[in-house]
Design a protein around this ligand. Sequence first.
Ligand code: CA
Ligand code: CA
Ligand code: CA
Ligand code: CA
Length: 500
Amino acid sequence: MKPPRSVNPSILSLALLLLVALQAVVAPNGHAASVSLSGFGTATIDGKLDPAEWAAAGRAEFLVNLPEGGTSAGTVFVMNDANNLYFAVRFARAFADQGNNANFTFDNNHNGVMFENGDDQIFFSTSQGFSDWFRSNQPACPPGSMPGCWGLGDAGYGGTNDGAGAFRNDGAFSTYEFAHPLKSGDVHDFSLAPGSVVGFVLALELINNGVLADTNFPAHPSTNGFADVVITSPAAPANYQGLWWNSPPASESGWGVNFAHQGDIIFATWFTYGADNQPQWYTIRAQKTAANVYAGPVSSFTGLPFNTVPYTANANVKTPVGTATITFTADGQSATFTYTVNGITQTKQIVPQQFTPSIPLPTCVWGAQPDLTLATNYQDLWWATDGQESGWGINFTHQGNIIFATWFTYDSTGKAWWLFSVARETAVPKVYSGDVKTASGPPFDAEPFDPNAVVRTSVGNATIAVIDGNHATFDYTVNGVTQTKHLTRQVFASPGTMCQ
Ligand SMILES: [Ca+2]
Ligand SMILES: [Ca+2]
Ligand SMILES: [Ca+2]
Ligand SMILES: [Ca+2]
């Protein structure tokens, strides 16, 4: 490979323009970008722009000047993955020009001054291939030039040539693709991470019959400034953790299903009523079977009465009663809940239960916070400290200053029993208190399910005192029995799910 040109004349003239313009328009700690682009994805650097490959990229349109006069419609694409920043440049062109050069120069530190000493630069030409450069003021720049007036090849100055480029014309478009590491470790390259913002300017050259046509993007840097790239992270997988009920909201008020969603597993606790109209709860351990689809067995339980002391873990008895499938819509805002329980098959449309229109539902992400003690939203499945009383549990649905608690346990005969509390934050921060109620209602398979037939009865009161995001004290008096339980979240797929 030939040594890279020390100065690209078009870049130099552009830079001089920019330098003048910057005196007037640039804020001291960052430039006002005309375009800000971002996207997460991975490209194969082969000069072929597969639409699926670049589907997630940020993009901007611009006009490419042609050697014979006139312009062609062009697009610049930008995205990153965990390792690389990627660019593609595509413009309509029925043939490959004799010379094609593309040059990205970066404002590494996003201070609004381009072509500074050390700024990164990548270059591809059909005659020279890919090169990785940096801007330098050594030897000293002529008076009046930009700060880092020279473009030097990294490999010639103690660094490494990092990245790749490709060019291809397919008879309809000319296309460049570039990759450059986010963090090569080379002193002559930028060092970027999710959330980083780096400025760039693109210079394109087409050469035919001794005529050079150059184009800059953004097109008019003296007025539009530079473009930015915001380095991004992959979108978190959908998480459905929370309390869901029949759609439309309140249409079957009286039953619901809580989802604890960690990794590819949804552990559902379904609060409803048996044929005797008495409270009944089922669990569903649903595994992801396809995009947005979770399916698994439905079980009922008997166990030790809630007030048993000491409470022996795993003393409950599980009975398989059927299967269930939950299919979420693409937007995650509703789902189809299909089940066969005791030979009865039904389908319900369900939606998340929102307590107050003005308080949005929290967003839940599995693995968002490995240290759950730091969480400030407590929506999750909780149990007696680290499973010491495995067999019963309590779901917290936390919106604003309300924790809606659904507690699944056993009555004095060992029959499945569920209770609930609308616990409001008290004058003491992080301490929530409310009545504890039980309910009777139509059997789960009643058609229609009449919400007015649900009878709620207060049986006591409860206080949830949050110690930290993963520890709480649950004090209650139920049917005259006063007890205290120490709770932690039930993590079945480490590191658990945090909502906020
Ligand atoms: Ca490609
Ligand atoms: Ca800079
Ligand atoms: Ca390098
Ligand atoms: Ca470099």
